[in-house]
Write a new protein. Structure first.
Lengths: 156, 158
């Protein structure tokens, strides 16, 4: 089983993931992430909107907000850590949904986001960037992800 | 009700949970997140922070005679307690929510209402509620009345 340290998410191609990684480190060091206290997003529009801590795990949810963003298209990232290791994460970004669950199927699964509105442009580079990220950390990708990646050039 | 008011509630888990909420409000994640080896010490089991709301659950590492662990869950929005509920070591369950503004107490596993039989915990809760303007439930009032009658009878018999 691959061990994914929280630092790995600092290079994940999503501002929400990077903010979640920072927030997780803050919580692990005993600090409540700042944007939960004042309720406003930081400069790049990412808000930490949920933190759960128990004796075994830390869960963080971040969301990218902005005046032009409808709730349906807001990128988000949800992360669960157990004893400093990333065991689960899920998110949506630029027309894509992705997930990873170390216990269920330790693979990165990426698919087209069914809820993404046709009026919003899909970031075709995202799946290639996330694929490269997964490869650099030795994380296996699902067959569906590979097929999606292969077909990404022609989407929408 | 403010979180600081809950610090005076006569149940150790409620005080521990309130203390943890205060820490979160001050920007610190409470350190104690594991069952303590000390059977007299309460521990924080989980914390949930969502926007302006904080929910903390504390447990005591011992058991009531019903086999349940004493506990308390507090939910606060900012410095205002929106609800709390729990179980004492002596086997009394308690519940408060800001919508009703009332605190209720009952014996764990007991459906009967009226005098709860407590001559210490319930009167302490009644005094706490009165001090901060929280409405006591009928069972609390009836317990106080029963305690007062017993006191009168003991004085009369003396």
């Amino acid at each position: 089983m691959i061990r994914i340290a929280i630092n790995a998410l600092h290079t994940f191609p999503s501002a929400c993931a990077r903010r979640a990684a920072i927030a997780a480190s803050e919580v692990a060091s005993g600090a409540v992430p700042a944007h939960l206290q004042d309720g406003i997003p930081d400069a790049d529009g990412v808000l930490v909107d949920e933190v759960l801590v128990d004796h075994r795990s830390i869960s963080i949810r971040t969301v990218q907000v902005g005046p032009a963003r409808e709730p349906d298209v807001r990128p988000y990232f949800w992360l669960r850590l157990e004893y400093d290791d990333v065991v689960e994460f899920t998110g949506q970004q630029s027309g894509w949904s992705y997930s990873y669950d170390q216990y269920e199927t330790p693979q990165l699964v990426v698919s087209m986001d069914d809820q993404y509105p046709d009026s919003e442009p899909v970031d075709r580079d995202f799946i290639r960037t996330v694929s490269a990220w997964a490869q650099s950390f030795g994380i296996e990708q699902s067959l569906a992800s590979h097929a999606t990646e292969a077909g990404a050039g022609g989407v929408r | 009700m403010h979180v600081s008011d809950l610090m005076k509630f006569p149940a150790a888990c409620a005080q521990a949970a309130a203390r943890a909420v205060q820490q979160v409000l001050a920007g610190k994640v409470p350190e104690v997140l594991l069952p303590a080896s000390d059977p007299n010490r309460q521990y924080i089991d989980d914390i949930e922070i969502t926007g302006g709301s904080v929910r903390v659950t504390a447990y005591s590492p011992c058991y009531t005679w019903h086999g349940n662990a004493p506990t308390c869950t507090v939910t606060a929005t900012g410095d205002t307690v929106t609800s709390f509920h729990g179980l004492t070591t002596s086997g009394y369950r308690y519940c408060y929510d800001s919508a009703s503004g009332r605190i209720d107490i009952w014996r764990d596993g007991d459906t009967a209402y009226g005098d709860l039989g407590s001559r210490r915990f319930v009167p302490e809760v009644a005094a706490w509620a009165q001090a901060i303007g929280v409405e006591p439930s009928l069972s609390i009032i009836e317990t106080l009345q029963a305690a007062a009658r017993e006191l009168d009878e003991s004085k009369g018999g003396a």
